[in-house]
Design a protein around this ligand. Sequence first.
Ligand code: IMP
Ligand code: MG
Length: 194
Amino acid sequence: MAKKKVTAGQAQQPSAGGESFRPLIASDKIQDKIREMGRQIRADFPGEPLLLVGVLKGAVLFLADLARQIPGEVTFDFIAVSSYGKDTKSSGQVKLNKDLDAGIEGKVVIVVEDILDTGLTLQYLLRILQQRKPKSLKVAVLLDKKDRRIADVRADYVGFVIPDEFVVGYGLDYAERYRNLPDVGILTLPGGSH
Ligand code: IMP
Ligand code: MG
């Protein structure tokens, strides 16, 4: 029997809860952009060892792909914070759930985040990481919801500026689901709460 190609996105839409997924950025566009970002990051720090700090869990896929586009010495560490819970709106509270495994003093650190929304998470992270005296502290985000910014923070490397919509896929979740979708898309909840 001929196999019909089904992507993870198609396979999950519509899901049981009546949520619907509308593709916004296709996986090949994501990969093209990440290739550019990797090149840019290496061009900014030629010959230097880089430490990528991934913000769990949303940035895992982005970090995995970005790391492979940065030539030369690259190491990883991970940090986990929570601010969202199961809701689609930020609580404004940031809590450190898992710290880095090792110190970052004197290192060139690139914080790798899935999405910059209000900026409260990143503001908190940058504050605690800066206190540890890295040689340099930069931020790479795949997505930037510019219009939603509350905290005065910016990313040094931005994949895509997106509108104020709740997005999932490519690491981003809604209640822990949809992280495995290869594309980023807009999630509409039943009742249209967002
Ligand atoms: P911020 O603190 O408001 O900038 O929020 C950043 C965090 O909120 C991100 O790391 C995501 O985990 C989560 N977040 C913000 N917007 C979205 C979205 O549209 N979809 C999924 N998660 C989001
Ligand atoms: Mg996150």
